[in-house]
Structure formats: C-alpha cells, structure tokens
Design a protein around this ligand. Structure first.
Ligand code: GLY
Length: 315
C-alpha cells in the first residue's frame, strides 16, 4: 500500500490538514485535493484565490482552477469564472459530469456551475476592493470617473489607468496561485490548481492554472507538477509538463523543477515576475524550486501533525 503524501505551494497550509485527513482515512487523492483547495479558496485573507481574490482591471473577480488525475490523465478546468467561490469544485464537476470537454470559460463555465447547483456568492471583499482601487486609481477623484456616460476625458483617463495596471508587478510577500498535489493509499496521484489570477489582469485573461501542461500536469507513470507565478511564462514554457518530462528521464523532483525554471528564465519577457514550481512522484518523492530566496512549499505525510514548510531550491 502506498504511503499518502500531500504537498502544496505557499499558503496551501490552510487546506493541507483537511486533505491529509481524507488520505489518512483511505480516501482518494481527488477528494483530498478538492477539499484542501476549497479551504484555501474560502480563506478571505488570501487575495490570490477564491473569495477575497484580487479582481481584474475592471474590479471583477475572475477565477481559474484545474484538476488532473495521474492514472488516466483526465483533465478538467474552468477559467474566468465569475460568482462561484469554489472553482476547484466546478472543475471537478466538469471532469465527472461533462467528460467530453476539458475546459469551460466565462459565461459557459458559470452556466455549467449553475446547472450543477453550485451556490453563487459575492467574491469581491471590501479588502480586495480597497486594494484594487488603490492600485488602479489612487485618488478618489479618479474613482468618480467610473460612470456610464463617460466623457472623452474619462475614457482617456481610464485607458491610461488600464495601461498602468497592465504594468503593475505583484505585491511583495507570498502571493500567487495555490497548487496541491496528493498521493493516496491506492497509489493514485492528483494535481489541483486554483487562482484569482494575475492581480488587475485584463478582463478575460486566463492564466496557466487552467491550461494543461502549463500550470498543471499529472501522469501517474512519472509524477505531477504545478506552477505559481506569472502564468504567461509557464504557458510559453509548458512548465508543468516540462517538469514531468524531466521526471520521466530520471531527474529528481527538485532538480526537475529547477531545470524548468532555468529554461523559462532564458525567455525574453518584459513583464517578468517570479515563477515557482513543485513536483511529487508516484513513489512519494517531492521537491520544488523558485527564483527567490526564502521560498517554501508545504508538506504533510500520514505522520504529520501539521504542515511542515520545506525550502525550495533557488534558481
Ligand atoms: N499562475 C497564475 C496565473 O498566472 O494566473
């Protein structure tokens, strides 16, 4: 019987104990990943996932999430989903109830969530709205520029403001998407990713979290990997898939993560910000890498009383 393991990116420690409780009881990695990420999505203090996530440039919270099963390489995702607080559960519903498709976006993703009976909620918290307004507009007069019959001056101002937010770099400190990878007693491996995406993104922008091979990849033969950070980089480098391919060639998880980041770091990118990645193999080995010193990932085994923070290799 396989020893269960669950790992996650920064701030997943909010959800990993619930995921490990499922695994300890002999539950599935699919359930463990979903429940762990739901806890993260429901954490109002986290501004990069679920309710409380930072909105797009227009102040709308749009969520991306995906889930992938190692034994079948079944993948499902939702992207730019509005009004539903647990996109990871909607992604799982796509996997189970709409298996002819792999990715639903925007209005269609919302329609599907409604058909499945998920409950709608306001996702933009007062705190996230305040952060958005500060970042986007900076002054109260500018907020008054939001009206339905904008003058040419208003329009020019808003275009300039949107140019500004497109250039914004992420906040300091732990930020970004949440990845959770789990291995259950039956030996199944599952990878899940959830995010509110790049802060103040252009409306409709979808990141790597919803894209198979970019932000999330899971293949029971070799391992699972998932990314956080500027998703455009992992989409261009097919980051998660690249890590799994390195695992397939015999690299250990930390070395595979570091090699992928080193490759992506070589691509020209005017808006570069940090990309991080973590990996878990079917025999329970794990590792992670990041571009910034002090970056960590969270780990629980069946013996863990609480998540243990492990260092990522710095690239
Ligand atoms: N990695 C999350 C995003 O870029 O949206």
């Amino acid at each position: 019987m396989t020893q269960p393991v669950i790992i996650g990116s920064e701030r997943s420690e909010v959800g990993l104990p619930a995921g490990m409780a499922v695994l300890r009881d002999g539950g599935s990695a699919l359930d463990a990943v979903e429940i762990a990420l739901r806890h993260c999505e429901n954490n109002l203090e986290d501004h990069y996932v679920g309710t409380g996530g930072l909105p797009n440039a227009r102040g709308d919270v749009e969520l991306d999430a995906s889930i992938m099963i190692g034994s079948t390489r079944a993948f499902a995702a939702v992207a730019a989903l509005r009004g539903y607080p647990n996109p990871i559960s909607v992604a799982r519903a796509v996997l189970e109830k709409l298996p002819q498709h792999a990715l639903l976006v925007g209005e269609g993703a919302g329609l599907f969530a409604a058909e499945c009976g998920f409950t709608q909620a306001e996702l933009l918290t007062d705190e996230a709205r305040k952060l958005w307004r500060e970042a986007l507009l900076e002054t109260e007069e500018a907020v008054e520029g939001e009206n339905t019959d904008a003058t040419p001056g208003d329009t020019a101002y808003r275009q300039a403001a949107l140019e500004l937010v497109r250039r914004l770099t992420p906040h300091d400190g732990p930020w970004g998407t949440i990845n959770v990878l789990a291995l259950d007693r039956s030996g199944e491996l599952v990878a899940g990713v959830s995010t509110s995406g790049y802060p103040y993104k252009y409306p409709g922008r979808v990141g790597d979290s919803a894209v198979p091979g970019a932000g999330n990849y899971c293949d029971l033969r070799y391992g699972a990997a998932a990314c956080t950070g500027r998703g455009e980089l992992s989409m261009r480098g097919t980051g998660a898939r690249a890590v799994v391919e390195l695992l397939a060639r015999g690299e250990d998880p930390e070395a595979a993560c570091a090699a992928m980041l080193a490759d992506v770091a070589g691509m020209p990118d005017e808006f570069r910000s940090e990309l991080r990645v973590l990996a878990l193999t079917p025999d329970g080995r794990h590792g992670a890498a990041a571009g910034q010193a002090g970056s960590v990932y969270a780990l629980m085994t069946a013996d863990s009383a609480e998540p243990e923070m492990r260092p990522r290799r710095v690239v």
